[in-house]
Each structure stands twice: as C-alpha cells, then as structure tokens.
Design a protein around this ligand. Structure first.
Ligand code: HEC
Length: 159
C-alpha cells in the first residue's frame, strides 16, 4: 500500500515536471527572432547617446555648487569602479548601489543636490562610468578592495 502511494506520488511528480518542461519549452519555442544587425546598431546608438550625455555631465560643474566636476577626482571615470557595485560602502553605512554612491559624491564633494535615482541624468552618469570600465574583469574580493589614489596632473585628484 505504502509502495503504491509512493508510486502514485512519483508518477504525479514526474507528470508535473513533464508538464512544466513542456510549458517551458513551448515558451522557448515562442522566443523572438534574433535581432537584425540594423536593430543592434540602433540599440547601440541609443546607448551611446546616453554615454555621451554622461560624459558631458561628468565634466560639468552644474551637478554641484563649488565648481568641481566628477572628472576632477575621477578623470576618465578613474576609481569610480562601477563594476564592483552594489557593495558595502563605509561612508554610506550600508550596501550601496552605484547610483547611491554617485549621489553621495554629488552631495559631498560637489556640494550639490542628489539626483532622483531614476532620472535620465543619473542613468547617463551610470552609463558613462560603466562604459569607461568596459572590459574590466570583476574578480572575487573586488567589492572590498582598497583602490589606490588617482594621480591627476592638474590638481589634487582623488584623495
Ligand atoms: C573632490 C573629489 C571628488 C569628486 C569631485 C567626486 N568624487 Fe567620487 N569619490 C571621491 C572619494 C574620496 C570617494 C571614495 C569614498 C569612499 O569610499 O571612502 C569617491 C567614490 C566614488 C565612487 C565609488 C568608488 C568605489 O570604488 O567605491 C563613485 C562611483 C564616484 N565616486 C562617482 C563620482 C561621481 C559620479 C562624481 C561627480 C558627480 C564624483 N564621484 C565626484 C571623491 C570625489
């Protein structure tokens, strides 16, 4: 009797899993076609427009009130380490996202007003930072690594 019950249960379980498999594979069969090269080109252009806007903002004092720009301390995005986020950020006192850290730098070093985290300007800064780090490997332990100071010819740079 017990054996029979077990058999019935096993049978039921495999029927369910077979059903799920059929469901998943039918979903897979409905997947969209690969993008055409023209579509991919358009997508890339959209992203690059945002990266360009981020580049301008990164080099603009308008995010703050003391004339500083992100590039004064992070030339070419240096030491922004966007690929290591989210991570525990001592000055924020918690695991922070890249956007929270960008706002930290807008409010503290730049003495500006934090951007809404879903704003186009915030997305652009994020896009620029990540673009500048393309090809960087993310290694285990990068989230707690102490990065050396950035040396900038024109000023003090990253302290
Ligand atoms: C006066 C120098 C200065 C300016 C200007 C500045 N930052 Fe920073 N930034 C810092 C310092 C210092 C830290 C490190 C804070 C820490 O983790 O203790 C930092 C950290 C960061 C990090 C995190 C890096 C990491 O590995 O944890 C990001 C991202 C960042 N800044 C983005 C920006 C952006 C975007 C701007 C412009 C809106 C900006 N910063 C402007 C000094 C600056």
């Amino acid at each position: 009797m017990v054996k029979l019950k077990t058999l019935v249960l096993v049978g039921l379980a495999s029927a369910i899993s077979a059903g799920v498999t059929v469901f998943i594979s039918s979903k897979t069969a409905e997947a969209r076609k690969p993008f055409a090269p023209e579509d991919l080109k358009l997508m890339d252009e959209e992203l690059m427009q945002l990266v360009k806007k981020g580049d301008e903002l990164w080099h603009s004092p308008k995010l703050g009130k003391n004339g500083l720009t992100c590039a004064n301390c992070h030339p070419d995005g240096a030491n922004a380490n966007p690929h290591t986020f989210p991570k525990f950020q001592d000055n924020v006192g918690k695991v922070a996202t890249l956007r929270e850290m960008i706002n930290w730098c807008i409010e503290r070093p730049l003495e500006g007003k934090a951007l809404p985290e879903d704003s186009e300007d915030m997305k652009a800064l994020e896009a620029y930072a990540i673009y500048m780090y393309r090809g960087y490997p993310l290694k285990p332990g990068d989230n707690t690594r102490e990065y050396p100071p950035v040396k900038v010819k024109s000023g003090p740079g990253y302290p």
